[in-house]
Structures are given as structure tokens and as C-alpha cells.
Design a protein around this ligand. Structure first.
Ligand code: GDP
Length: 318
């Protein structure tokens, strides 16, 4: 049923959209009273060990009695044909477990569209009784921000490797991450992982601390041997429990919801404007003139704005 509900929400057909809207409204009524779930974002470059990590951790959590849903936001999948969870052989044990639900990334559409469907899928999973929702992403484009914007806690998995790699690490990512874990702390890469963790600690400390005083823990772990996984999960749980107890979780989710609505609305408005044939053809004409240096861009903007306003008023007077 959950799989079918998600397919319905992902569908683009107008008939399905109407039904999906009804379903989501009903689900919201049911879940809002009791937000017991934990939404955790997990990011890391391809090869860092995300699926191995989720499989090991997920198996441990389901054994403890949790019900886990694993979703993915993968903006590269529409181009490459699927890099996250595309391969059914990943997370074999977890996928087969009856308290786990593993869903690949919706494979088509813009990041905004994919993120919006994943967001709705989170709600459906929660309504279906999954108390932990893991949302996986690769650090491509804005996907990390999108996932951080739909989760309670954001975990960044890092490769062991120091020096140059540390220089290249995106500052933006460090600002988003609530917990950082250097994976592959085993065998030949164990020392490198420990060193990298120490260096990340220094970098994290140099970034201004969070408004809420949360100090980002930097840990090392091995998704293969399982060493350190519990500590990483404890840090994630500590973060979400803290947010829940201070009441921040609720306000954070509320804010994420309204921000997302605004983003989606702006996307729709843009589409509406660009799909207007008159605006479109005026744009073509003005663009040609600006290209030929017959009109300054600012004047072009003003003419287009006037045209948009005129169309808007015409709509309103109907
Ligand atoms: P993903 O692309 O981030 O999902 O990475 P995968 O989970 O597919 O792992 C990529 C490769 O790294 C695989 O060959 C894994 O076996 C290996 N790997 C993942 N975690 C670890 C780990 O903790 N230690 C070691 N040594 N290898 C790992």
C-alpha cells in the first residue's frame, strides 16, 4: 500500500494529483498530532560508503524494533540513469527485512520536483508507521541543502584522507552538517580516518557555532566492521532528542514546510510566466534587440515587467 501511495504522489497526471492531494491531507491530519518520527539526512560523495553504512546501521536499528524507511534524493539519476539506490543489489539485507522500506530516488525531474516528492514520501512513510526515515543524497548541486531542509538532523559521511581533500571540502556542507563521521576507519585506512577526523574537528571549530549552541561532533567509524556506528547514531539521536525536548523540532519542521511551499510557489509562478505565449514571444524579440546592443538589458526588463503586469491585470479583470 505504501509503495502504491508513493507511486500516486509521484505521478504527474492531473487525475492522480487530485487523489494524491486528498491522501496527503488525510495523512497530515493523522500524523501532525504525534510527530514521533526521526528524519535523518545522510550525504557523502559516491564511494564514501553510504549504502554500506545505511545497511549496517539499518539492520541494527530494525533489530532494536525500529521501522526504517530509506529514501533518496539524487539529482544525477535523471542524467546517469540512477546512481543512488538504482542498483537493486544494494542494501540487500535491509531491503528484505520486513521492518524496512527502501525506495529509490524518483528518476525524473528537477531537483525541486524530486525534493518535493521525497518530502511527501516522508509523510507517507511516517503515516505507515516508520519511525526512522533516512534520506540519502550525493553532494551534487543543491541536493544537500534540499535534504537538510526536509530532515531534523543532517549527517555527513567523509572519506579518510587529509590535507588537500580538507582544503577542497565545501564550507557550505560543514555549515549544514549536524554530525560528521569519517568512514572506513579500518585496516589500512584506519590511521588516515583518525587523522582526518581530528582535522575536521579543527575546521568545524573554526566555523561560528550554531545559533542553538549545538556543537557538531566529528567521529570516525567503519561501515564494514561496524566499529563506531553506534556512537555515530547516538550523536544523531542526541541531536534530534534535544530538538524535540526543547520544542524546536516542531518549529523547525513548520518553518521547513512553509519555506518549501514558498519555493514551490515561486517555481510555479515562474513556469506560469514562461508558459505565457505573449510574454515568451516578447522575450524573444527583446532578447534579440539586447543581443544586438540596440536596447540596454535594464530597459528590456522594464518592458517585460510592464507586459507581465498587463497580462496579470487582464486575468484579474475577467
Ligand atoms: P556509496 O556510493 O556512498 O553508497 O558507497 P558504498 O556503500 O557503495 O561503498 C563504496 C565502496 O566502499 C564499497 O566497495 C564498499 O565495500 C566500501 N566501503 C564502504 N564502507 C567501508 C568501510 O567502512 N571500510 C572499508 N574499508 N570499505 C568500505
Amino acid at each position: 500500500m505504501l509503495g502504491r501511495a508513493i507511486t500516486l504522489v509521484e505521478s504527474g497526471s492531473p487525475k492522480h494529483r487530485l487523489l494524491a492531494r486528498e491522501l496527503l491531507s488525510a495523512v497530515a491530519e493523522r500524523t501532525k498530532a504525534d510527530p514521533v518520527s526521526m528524519r535523518v539526512g545522510i550525504t557523502g560523495v559516491p564511494g564514501v560508503g553510504k549504502s554500506t553504512f545505511i545497511e549496517s546501521l539499518g539492520m541494527e536499528l530494525v533489530e532494536q524494533g525500529h521501522r526504517i524507511a530509506v529514501l533518496a534524493v539524487d539529482p544525477s539519476s535523471s542524467v546517469t540513469g540512477g546512481s543512488i539506490l538504482g542498483d537493486k543489489t544494494r542494501m540487500i539485507r535491509l531491503s528484505a527485512h520486513d521492518r524496512a522500506f527502501v525506495r529509490p530516488s524518483p528518476s525524473a525531474g528537477t531537483l525541486g520536483g524530486v525534493a518535493s516528492r521525497t518530502r511527501e514520501t516522508i509523510l507517507l512513510c511516517e503515516a505507515a508507521g516508520y519511525d526512522i526515515v533516512l534520506v540519502e543524497t550525493v553532494g551534487v548541486g543543491q541536493s544537500e541543502t534540499a535534504v537538510a531542509e526536509m530532515t531534523d538532523c543532517f549527517l555527513a559521511l567523509m572519506l579518510p584522507g587529509a590535507g588537500d581533500e580538507l582544503q577542497g571540502i565545501k564550507r557550505g556542507l560543514l555549515e549544514l552538517a549536524d554530525v560528521i563521521a569519517v568512514n572506513k576507519a579500518d585496516g589500512e585506512t584506519e590511521d588516515a580516518a583518525t587523522r582526518a577526523a581530528a582535522e575536521y574537528k579543527g575546521v568545524v571549530r573554526s566555523i561560528a557555532s550554531r545559533d542553538d549552541g549545538w556543537e557538531v561532533p566529528v567521529l570516525s567509524c567503519s561501515a564494514v566492521t561496524g566499529v563506531g556506528l553506534r556512537e555515530v547514531w547516538n550523536a544523531v539521536a542526541e541531536r534530534t532528542t534535544g530538538l524535540r525536548e526543547s520544542g524546536e523540532l516542531e518549529s523547525r519542521r513548520a518553518q521547513q514546510g512553509t519555506r518549501w511551499m514558498r519555493t514551490m510557489l515561486e517555481e510555479r509562478i515562474r513556469t506560469l510566466v514562461w508558459e505565457d505565449r505573449r510574454i515568451r514571444s516578447l522575450w524573444e524579440r527583446i532578447r534579440a534587440r539586447v543581443r544586438a546592443a540596440e536596447m540596454p538589458p535594464s530597459v528590456g526588463v522594464e518592458e517585460l515587467e510592464a507586459a507581465i503586469e498587463e497580462r496579470w491585470n487582464a486575468h484579474r479583470s475577467h
